[in-house]
Design a protein around this ligand. Sequence first.
Ligand code: HEM
Length: 343
Amino acid sequence: MSVGPRTLSIMSEAQQILDPLTRAARFLVVTIDDGGESSVRELLADLSGLRRSVGFRVPGADLSCVTGIGSAAWDRLFAGPRPAELHEFPGFAGPRHQAPTTPGDLLFHIKAEAQDACFELAMAIGERLRGAATIVDETVGFRYFEQRDLLGFVDGTENPEGAFAASTALIGAEDAAFAGGSYVVVQKYLHDLEAWNALPVSEQERVIGRSKLGDYEMSDAEKPLNSHVAVNTLIDPDGTQRQILRANMPFGSVRESEFGTYYIAYAATPSVTERMLERMFLGSDEAAYDRILDFSTPITGTLFFTPPAGFLDDLPDPPTAPAVPEPAPASSGDGSLGIGTLK
Ligand code: HEM
């Protein structure tokens, strides 16, 4: 495949990564079955049409679907250049807390103001993937009051905005063939709400680094170094703060006593997210680990690349099948080459 004919404007058009948080979301993580590649390619090419079909019937729902592709899947689906920093999620094993790596070839981050729209699109995707891929995780996210997580804190306040959000989340000239793309990390965290709710609110605030009701950030003097906000304030040696664009959603099941946060963060380079995770799990000079982890445990972890929208509408060629090696001529023992029929 050659990237050549695509126009720069199409290549640099991002998927709907920068849109504001919605009331509802559905996250599908999928592995591609052996031989399922061509059906998956057909689905990817049809996704924007499927989204329009569902979304147009639910006015005001703002239905969108951001699609990510994992590192191993990329080579199974496409010939040609790869996004420069696409790799498997490395996982982080700290002395106290671990972030596992779990399988995932495709991510569908479906968002809307209405759950029915998310569900309908997920159903359409599932239908197209039947027999070609396996859905390994499906999480239904919802808005909880004023964008709170199930720990009760407002989540997303310090996300970058406007042009800063775009430069934080989207690839630019540094990887021109994939400009408008983004790297996304997802992790499904389960909270120990019993232990959390046993903490006085003032102590919970010291775990997060912000006030619970009003969501005000603590001053540097009062904010503990192992608080979530302090650990995730990432400053480069030149003093620049590095950011990511988070779209976390609560999820849960009362029956299962499962209360969680679906962590999902977009960045122009996965290295920023990974440095944050390193600080959270492996620690830093300032803190042994992020104290939020005493109450929140990740059970999944996967990295995907979300290509620019135009890439999905005009997919590169599939990889050429690996050449089947010629069988070595077998000696028949009678001195001939033992060739039977020639087809
Ligand atoms: C259990 C999962 C998580 C929960 C419940 C959670 C919750 C929160 C909350 C309540 C805030 C403060 C308000 C805000 O600015 O959004 C926050 C900030 C933040 N979180 Fe998380 N978070 C989680 C996981 C993560 C992970 C895994 C990362 C990075 C790899 C991360 C990165 C950040 C960053 C960068 C900020 C903003 C820091 C600042 O500049 O003030 N979070 N998170």
